[in-house]
Design a protein around this ligand. Structure first.
Ligand code: 4NP
Length: 149
């Protein structure tokens, strides 16, 4: 059975495309389907931010084929796990979740083995793209272990 995992941030151009690219590189893509989306719609249709693409490329991960989209209600039926990059996006997902939908909601960093942080910092206005990459990478390693994929 394919496990379906959706990574969610605000703009879907920095943190969640990074998580999706990293996670897809770690797992058997026959056993796992992953995607990413944003709670906001400002960047729909755009490729990931150049700075995220560069940070990922330095670690051998290509994000260039991804395009931003917004989370839909259907996602809560289609995905087994929806992992938010921070608490405010998790709260937005909890408000959107339709009754009876199967998706389990959570925070990506709850799968990180060794951080006190709950939220992946938003690098869009702040920079720190390599730090975000490393945080997301270790959390995705933990997620792959936790899901046994
Ligand atoms: P992301 O970063 O949520 O990691 O994709 C952001 C990208 C764009 C904006 C905010 C956060 N924005 O406000 O346009």
């Amino acid at each position: 059975m394919t496990i379906r995992v959706l990574f969610v941030c605000l703009g879907n151009i920095c943190r969640s495309p990074t998580a999706e690219g990293v996670f897809a590189s770690l797992v058997n893509t026959n056993a796992v389907f992953s995607d990413s989306a944003g709670t906001g719609a400002w960047h729909v249709g755009e490729p990931p931010d150049k700075r995220s693409q560069a940070a990922a490329k330095r670690q051998g991960i290509d994000l260039s084929g991804q395009r931003a989209r917004q989370v839909t209600k259907q996602d809560f039926h289609d995905f087994d796990h929806i992992l938010a990059m921070d608490s405010s996006n998790l709260a937005a997902l909890e408000r959107m979740q339709p009754a009876g939908a199967k998706a389990k909601l959570g925070l990506l960093l709850d799968h990180h083995p060794d951080t006190e942080l709950k939220d992946v910092p938003d690098p869009y206005y702040e920079d720190g793209f390599d730090t975000v990459f490393q945080l997301v990478k270790r959390a995705c390693d933990g997620l792959a272990k936790d899901l046994k994929v």
